[in-house]
Design a protein around this ligand. Structure first.
Ligand code: HEM
Length: 383
């Protein structure tokens, strides 16, 4: 089964095409992406665990070429070993005992700055520095600024999806990765002498090779900046567009529900790629070795077989079956960080500091592999 998309329209809003793709067959080849898309929630939930067939190893892929071989492009025992090495930095316990206080402090600084303004953009002026500051702390690259974090993260994401090979995009990605390498080199001596719980420090302590450390730090930066940024600004936007939902959350204090329903509704990471390891027939589709497959989390999170009125942001919904963090061995390593940063720190602090926040412009959304609001313009309201 094949389905043709218009890439520009797909970027603006992938959901109409994804709904059609989901309805016609479990596996649909999209020539513009040169990939077979798996879109139904139950299929992704089951097949993502079959790493023998759906492999993450893509040595010739853009990510490995540009950022080095990180754990997201490994399978089985090798992947598990790399994941265990990074775990002490991103575990729920470390997040609670170490990072939470850091997030609270750096978010307060951003909010104090916003108090001087009457109007601002929640993406650029709030979510971006909050997410960037969190990542500066977590990575251990303390000489970087939040703005630099955002810039290098975006350059790597652009580089990894530069399927047309545009030279300026590759060049910007190379500059970003060289910048990160320089910051790692700067911090290695200090963190070797005085270890802490940052990703760089725990990987040094675990004896990971410098090449792997560099690749995994780049993975954390490319995977840990724009999703929290987009989810913070996007959840705030969803609540400001639905004042009754905001009123409920302000009453219940359940920011976790507001965030998880956002992550279901707008899936900050819309897909995860895999490579077929051998000729096989799965879900009635005849796969050939090396075929490209995309697990489409964004489509799964709006599967009408699982979610009623899936296109609606519904604050009362059971988000349990949603899979915005994945559903296999590569399940987001930063899930605990995200929940605390977004739902326990950023959103409650924002709405406490600015109780009369209101949207002053229509919210525009963009992206399908990574999706979020382009800007969320707000005013502080009458107070
Ligand atoms: C709203 C926030 C976030 C969302 C929705 C999200 C989502 C995802 C998804 C869908 C995957 C791929 C899962 C798969 O293929 O099965 C992933 C992997 C990953 N994420 Fe996140 N992520 C978020 C935040 C973060 C943060 C803050 C960090 C780091 C601080 C992070 C680090 C990672 C890493 C290292 C992986 C690779 C895990 C592996 O290969 O084992 N993510 N994330």
């Amino acid at each position: 089964m094949e389905y043709t998309i218009d890439l520009q329209k797909f970027y603006c809003d992938p959901y109409p095409d994804l709904a059609i793709i989901q309805s016609i067959a479990p596996v649909v080849y999209v020539p513009q992406l040169d990939a077979a898309l798996i879109t139904r929630r139950s299929d992704i939930f089951k097949q993502e665990k079959r790493v023998d067939l759906f492999s993450s190893c893509q040595p010739d892929g853009l990510m490995v070429q540009l950022m080095g071989e990180n754990m997201m492009r490994k399978d089985g025992a090798e992947h598990q070993e790399a994941r265990q090495k990074i775990f002490p930095s991103l575990s729920p316990r470390t997040v609670k005992q170490v990072w939470r206080a850091e997030f609270e402090r750096s978010t307060r600084v951003v909010i104090e700055g916003l108090k001087k303004k009457k109007a601002f953009d929640l993406v650029r002026d709030f979510a971006m520095p909050v997410s960037g500051a969190a990542l500066v702390a977590i990575t251990g690259l303390r000489q970087m600024t939040p703005g630099q974090m955002d810039k290098v993260s975006q350059a790597m994401i652009d580089g990894c999806s530069n399927y047309l090979g545009t030279p300026s995009v590759t060049q910007a990605c190379d500059v970003a990765t060289a910048d990160i390498d320089a910051h790692i080199a700067l911090m290695v001596p200090e963190l070797t002498d005085s270890p802490d719980t940052s990703v760089l420090s725990v990987l040094i302590q675990a004896g990971q090779s410098l090449a792997n450390i560099k690749a995994n730090i780049k993975l954390v930066i490319s995977g840990g900046q724009n999703e929290p940024r987009d989810a913070i600004a996007g959840t705030a936007a969803a609540l400001l567009m639905q004042r009754n939902a905001l009123a409920k959350v302000l009453h219940s204090g359940d920011w976790g529900q507001a965030f998880m329903e956002y992550a279901r509704w707008m899936s900050p990471i819309g897909m995860s790629p895999r490579r077929i390891s051998q000729d096989c027939i799965v879900l009635g589709h005849d796969f050939k070795k090396n075929d490209k497959v995309f697990f489409m989390f964004g489509a799964a999170n709006r599967d009408p077989a699982v979610f009623a009125t899936p296109e609606t942001y519904d604050i009362d919904r059971n988000t349990g079956p949603a899979i915005p963090f994945g559903s296999g061995p590569h399940f987001c390593a930063g899930a605990a960080v995200s929940r605390v940063l977004i739902a326990e720190v950023a959103l409650p602090q924002l709405f406490k500091a600015f109780p009369d926040l209101e949207l002053v412009d229509h919210v525009k959304w963009g992206g399908w592999a990574f999706r979020g609001p382009v800007s969320v313009k707000v005013s502080r309201g009458p107070s």
